[in-house]
Ligand binder design. Structure first.
Ligand SMILES: Cc1cc2nc3c(=O)[nH]c(=O)nc-3n(C[C@H](O)[C@H](O)[C@H](O)COP(=O)(O)OP(=O)(O)OC[C@H]3O[C@@H](n4cnc5c(N)ncnc54)[C@H](O)[C@@H]3O)c2cc1C
Length: 255
């Protein structure tokens, strides 16, 4: 049997999504960057088509044109035929506070490399300070609802800023006394400290992450990161993102 070369991309290539950086939290200190993809949206085989091609290898089939290819892709996700979606990989660089990383790293199917506080000293005034304090939810022990209003809110924002400044000053004092970076960091307010990581994930497990972390019961901060990833995912893989929105997204009411 004669096997033809793989079909070329059916989309207009959009390499602009690669290397794009989106700010995430209000403080402009946290961001998500799509460093690279395999295949890239600008490559000969578009990532959406890479999934269709992977599924069609089951019966050595080929592209049947955009309409049928897209229909197959939607069918695959709806019926949780998931392995073709693992053929596409995303590499992100992310700057997030530890309160976000603490939850993110529970996703074991991602691959991570983190900045090291043993090598890199922390910088002054570089902590996550929320603009708005949320109130404890009455119905969800893990959740929040509503906001602390007015002066109380502003006072707590100022107090956290002061607390981080004090922690940073003690950290610097310890460094100045010759204490090792790896130990001096015990003085830093860890939950609001920023860390950068490079993280790699395949499209199926990215969707699993988005399913859990776009949901209303996920913490607000990680939801903002999931929203930024969702936007990039939409731009990079429009067919697959549409399939996600239809069949998996917690934001969709047609699931
Ligand atoms: C709203 C919310 C609240 C949470 N609260 C808590 C909490 O209070 N305490 C807490 O500890 N965690 C909590 N978590 C984390 C949660 O338990 C999961 O660890 C996290 O969501 C990662 O999900 P995952 O395992 O599906 O993702 P991944 O680790 O990316 O795994 C994806 C899928 O791969 C498979 N898989 C991966 N690794 C293995 C493995 N070793 N063995 C078998 N199957 C595997 C599973 O099918 C899994 O669903 C919470 C998560 C959410 C969204």
């Amino acid at each position: 049997m004669m096997i033809k070369p793989v079909q070329q991309g059916q989309h207009t290539p959009d390499p602009i999504v690669i290397a794009r950086r989106d700010n995430v939290l209000h403080d402009k200190k946290s961001w998500v960057e799509l460093q690279d993809m395999l295949p890239s949206p600008g490559s000969v085989v578009h990532p959406d088509l890479a999934i269709v091609n992977a599924a069609r290898v089951s019966f050595l089939g080929e592209s049947k044109g955009p309409e049928q290819d897209k229909r197959l892709l939607l069918y695959l996700l709806n019926h949780r035929h998931t392995t073709p979606f693992e053929q596409v990989e995303f590499k992100f660089r992310v700057r997030a506070p530890v309160v976000v990383w603490w939850q993110w790293v529970r996703h074991r199917t991602w691959h991570y490399n983190f900045q090291s506080g043993r090598y890199t000293p922390f910088e002054e005034d570089d902590f996550y300070i929320p603009a708005q304090w949320r109130l404890q939810s009455e119905s969800n022990k893990q959740g929040s609802e509503g906001h602390l209003e007015g002066l109380d809110n502003n006072q707590l924002v100022d107090e956290l800023r002061q607390f981080t400044a004090e922690g940073f000053s003690l950290y610097q004092q310890a460094l100045n006394m010759g204490v090792a970076r790896e130990q001096a960091r015990l003085f830093l307010p860890a939950w609001c400290s920023y860390y950068i990581a490079v993280c790699k994930v395949d499209a199926w497990n990215l969707m699993n992450f988005l399913r859990l972390r776009l949901a209303e019961d996920a913490q607000w901060e990680i939801r903002q990161f999931a929203t930024a990833l969702h936007e990039m995912f939409r731009d990079a893989m429009p067919w697959t993102a549409e399939a996600f929105d239809r069949h998996m997204s917690p934001l969709s009411n047609t699931r």
